[in-house]
Design a protein around this ligand. Structure first.
Ligand SMILES: Cc1cc2nc3c(=O)[nH]c(=O)nc-3n(C[C@H](O)[C@H](O)[C@H](O)COP(=O)(O)O)c2cc1C
Length: 236
């Protein structure tokens, strides 16, 4: 069965969030092709992942000293209730990622980077060795597809004055690449100038904003269909 983990991180509600509406379009397209059984949704803004604590860091260091430890082994290494609690908060999130073929992320740009709610999820799931194969040390995410849908109030594309201020795409590219997600399995869709209707200085970019949204909608549908077809091809 094909599977999709859909994560949203916009602080805004659906009607006001460009990234939520785009990831929903992706998910709708995907579900039409695959049904709902393999679909899992997590709203990181509505149900925030707790920030990691000192017990998380202590347990992580102990695990690192043992090399790559499978999940069951981490439970045995937790030494006190605080560490057990941290692992109990972490393991289901890690398991959720490992269980799916595709991870879909809705990511607003907040202060040139990702929302703190997404960063809290990233910090927690990136427990030492969580995505490393205990047999052989390779990545467990070598076949996982990741689709990142960003929404930005301004524009950050090549040649724009604020190109160098984009710490969102390079960060996520480095993060997922480091985890072992391959270049060809990592896709980005950007909706830019989403604030053109609100911010007077951006008003002259309304047409560009509308074009960006249309292109993002098309890209999301194409990607969801292509991934779905690729999945089907893998099955046969
Ligand atoms: C806390 C906050 C910080 C923001 N920081 C930036 C920023 O640094 N650069 C930018 O272009 N837009 C910024 N924006 C605008 C958002 O990127 C834009 O509204 C985007 O559409 C948000 O995604 P959403 O529509 O899915 O909620 C910020 C918005 C908020 C609420």
């Amino acid at each position: 069965m094909m599977s999709l983990l859909h994560l949203d991180s916009s602080a805004d509600h659906f009607d006001d969030s460009v990234s939520r509406r785009l990831t929903a379009l992706f998910a709708d397209t995907w579900r039409r092709l695959h049904g709902t059984a393999g679909y899992r949704y997590r709203d990181l803004a509505a149900e925030p992942v707790p920030p990691v604590t000192s017990a998380y860091a202590t347990l992580g260091r102990r695990v690192e000293r043992h090399g790559v430890v499978p999940a069951a082994g981490v439970t045995a290494l937790a030494e006190d209730p605080a560490e057990r609690r941290e692992w109990a908060l972490t393991l289901p999130l890690v398991t959720e990622v490992l269980a799916v073929d595709t991870v879909l992320l809705g990511v607003p740009m907040y202060n040139f980077s990702v929302p703190a709610t997404l960063k809290a999820w990233i910090d927690r799931v990136s427990f030492p060795g969580a995505f490393t194969d205990p047999d052989g040390g390779g990545s467990l995410l070598g076949r996982t597809r990741v689709v990142v849908v960003t929404a930005r109030g301004g524009a950050y594309g090549p040649g724009t004055p604020r190109e160098a201020f984009d710490f969102q795409t390079p960060y996520l590219r480095a993060y997922f690449g480091n985890l072992g997600v391959t270049e060809e399995n990592l896709s980005f869709v950007h909706a830019e100038l989403t604030r053109a209707g609100d911010v007077p200085e951006l008003g002259r970019f309304r047409t560009l904003a509308a074009d960006s949204l249309t292109a993002a909608r098309t890209a999301v549908i194409v990607l969801a269909s292509r991934l779905a077809n690729a999945d089907t091809a893998t099955m046969t």
